[in-house]
Design a protein around this ligand. Structure first.
Ligand code: NDP
Length: 330
């Protein structure tokens, strides 16, 4: 038997509820690799799946948790053997498939990535989907010419999961980092991660009709979209790029005009972590092990256990989680 956070649906009322239950190995879905999970984490999608209505879940009972890290217990696939340390993010695990809010998980071998040297299972989940996405965003900006020494890189939603990791990685790579936050009380935290400038959220939320504004940013990792992305595009340096990773402030780009693209050669790069090809995942995890200072990662961590998840799910939907939650499922 093992413990898991199980979401159930009452068919009559349509209401869902999440609680810690005992399950057996026979309850697990089919898959080539059984993993003894050490840690999971909390993402916006987890908040949706744990919360009322079940979010993206279509089949109940369900075990949420869109990412986890642990040790292989059993494998029918040659690429993995018992004792291997692995990490899983994406592939709709935790939404369409049972996920990481459990002491055991059974998944397809294709979905796993071996942990690189220098990362243990706890630090892998301090990074999690949010940190992997931040790394993919930085890699995309670099592939499009981002180099230190050309002015500040803007990070929006900076005190959140993706924003915190992006800030720490960019600062460690030698960039000036301007961190946008709606929580002024997080200034010391963000400066501790390496931010050189704090930009209050209100400064970038007014929609303007101007075709362009003064050039300010050599790159941007944007977790917010909405009015903020519309403004930021008009403030990018000539030829600079924005990596769009999230929609914490809305699903549209409000007030966006074509002018930044055709008059300043600005690029808007879309970042998806869920279906990211294997080779790029391996490259990103290796870059995380080399480019993210572990002491800074530790400053972002808020520890939690399985029974904290219903409350943490509500918190992340309200934008109230700071940095990265690491859930010790044992
Ligand atoms: P968090 O909730 O940890 O962080 C989001 C941050 O955005 C908040 O902390 C807050 O930062 C800011 N924010 C929240 N609401 C608003 C608002 N209305 N207007 C402006 N800023 C706001 O989430 P994550 O960092 O884990 O994820 C960020 C986004 O990225 C989400 O939309 C998520 O769904 C998406 N995502 C996408 C992935 C991909 O593959 N592309 C993978 C992972 C996440 P502050 O308090 O500092 O202002």
């Amino acid at each position: 038997m093992f413990k898991a956070l199980v979401v159930e649906k009452d068919e009559e009322s349509g209401k869902t509820s999440a609680s810690v239950k005992d399950l057996s190995l026979d309850d697990l879905p089919d898959g080539e690799v059984t993993v003894a999970v050490d840690y999971s984490t909390v993402n916006y999608k987890d908040g949706l799946c744990v919360g009322s209505g079940g979010g993206l879940v279509r089949k109940w009972p369900h075990v949420p948790g869109i990412d986890f890290a642990g040790v292989v217990e059993e494998s029918s696939d040659d690429r993995y053997k018992p004792g291997d340390k692995v990490v899983l993010t994406g592939w709709r695990v935790g939404e369409a498939h049972w996920g990481g809010y459990a002491q055991k998980a059974r998944v397809k071998a294709d979905w796993l990535v071996p942990l690189p040297d220098g990362l243990d299972t706890r630090s892998a989940m301090a990074v999690g989907t949010a940190g992997l996405t931040a790394m993919l965003a930085v890699m995309a900006l670099q592939d499009h010419g981002l180099e230190p020494g050309h002015g500040p890189v803007l990070v929006t939603g900076a005190a959140g999961g993706v924003g915190s990791v992006a800030t720490a990685i960019l600062a460690n790579l030698g960039h000036e980092v301007a961190a946008v936050t709606g929580r002024p009380e997080q200034e010391a935290y963000l400066r501790g991660l390496g931010a050189t400038e704090i930009v209050p959220r209100e400064e970038l939320t007014e929609v303007t009709k101007k075709p362009l504004e003064s050039e300010r940013w050599s790159g941007c990792v944007d977790a917010v979209a909405g009015a903020m992305l519309g403004r930021v595009l008009k403030q990018m340096n000539y030829g600079a790029s924005v990596a769009a990773i999230g929609l914490a402030g809305g699903a549209a780009i409000d007030g966006a005009l074509i002018t930044p693209f055709i008059l300043r050669g600005v690029n808007l790069l879309g970042i998806d972590s869920v279906m990211q090809p294997y080779a790029n995942r391996v490259r990103a995890w290796e870059r995380i092990a080399s480019d993210l200072p572990m002491a800074k990662l530790e400053e972002m961590v808020q520890p939690a256990v399985l029974s904290d998840l219903p409350q943490l799910g509500r918190d992340i939907l309200k934008g109230q989680v700071k940095g990265r939650v690491v859930v010790d499922v044992n």
